[in-house]
Design a protein around this ligand. Structure first.
Ligand SMILES: Nc1nc2c(ncn2[C@@H]2O[C@H](COP(=O)(O)OP(=O)(O)O)[C@@H](O)[C@H]2O)c(=O)[nH]1
Ligand SMILES: [Mg+2]
Length: 252
């Protein structure tokens, strides 16, 4: 069983990607399930096979502990690890080839507290990978690109699993995604774009962060993907295949 954790900033497209990845695999004859790990999800664009909301009820947390929505969401996120064995049992019963985890909307609640890294590390599977979504509507300037790349690197530090960088929502903003892809493939192009917008501290900080990320070996060559048109899903699944099976494709 291979586990894929879909991560990224709030609204970057995690849930919608989860909703297309599962049928992508099942249409190819593999068995795949979608797991919702977001206790605060209001509505989802797919029907989860396993749902953390069956184990953690936000409304009753608010009432029992007299918390507002934010406090309850933090409390609920911290409880995810305590429900690991129940979720593992449900997944094991379904015994899929691929389990796709849709992680909480606000990534800091999952990645920067104890619960998320614990869950990722201790969920039993053959191999695991994370997908980090660079929201194309956020990375439209070079400085924003570097700040989201920094976030991706920090997520990798926290979750300690192979990470695939994806440019989400490539269908939005016309040809904008091509410029972002150029930055992702060519550090010099990104540095030049940073220099063009140069305003003192911003430039110094972002160009130094970029150099350090590159020096540390952090790779963020992006796969441009649209969960609406499904462009890029072949490339994404091929990259997952390389991580899981050394390139062997899913059986037709
Ligand atoms: N046009 C377009 N919209 C997208 C894409 N992916 C997500 N969205 C939209 O962006 C919004 C946030 O997506 P969602 O999957 O809920 O983000 P999450 O918070 O990361 O789970 C929703 O309105 C989605 O329909 C995409 O590839 N293309
Ligand atoms: Mg979501």
């Amino acid at each position: 069983m291979y586990a894929v954790f879909v991560t990224g900033t709030a609204g970057s497209g995690k849930s919608l990607l989860t909703s297309i990845l599962k049928p992508w695999y099942t249409d190819k004859g593999a068995s795949a399930i979608a797991v919702n790990l977001d206790p605060g999800a209001f509505s989802l664009p797919y029907a989860p096979d396993v749902d953390v909301r069956d184990h953690i009820d936000l409304q009753s947390i608010m009432e029992s502990y007299q918390l507002g929505p934010n406090g309850a969401l933090i409390f609920a996120s911290d409880m995810i690890a305590t429900r690991l064995s129940e979720i593992q049992d449900q997944v094991d019963l379904l015994n899929p080839d691929y389990v796709i985890f849709d992680t909480p909307g606000q990534m800091e609640l999952f990645a920067y507290r104890q619960s998320g890294p614990f869950f990722v590390e201790n969920f039993k599977c053959d191999l695991r990978s994370t997908i980090f979504l660079f929201d194309s509507t956020l990375v439209s300037t070079a400085t924003n690109f570097v700040s989201i790349a920094l976030l991706a690197a920090s997520l990798q530090l926290r979750l300690k699993a192979p990470q695939i960088s994806v440019l989400s929502k490539r269908d939005l903003g016309g040809d904008q995604w091509r410029k972002i892809m150029e930055w992702s493939a060519d550090i010099q192009a990104l540095e030049d774009a940073l220099a063009e917008g140069k305003d003192g501290t911003d430039y110094l900080l972002s160009s130094n962060i970029l150099r350090d990320l590159v020096r540390a070996g952090f790779e963020y060559e992006l796969i441009p993907l649209s969960s609406v048109t499904q462009e890029g899903i072949i490339e994404l699944s091929a990259t997952l295949s390389r991580i899981f099976k050394g390139g062997e494709e899913v059986e037709d």
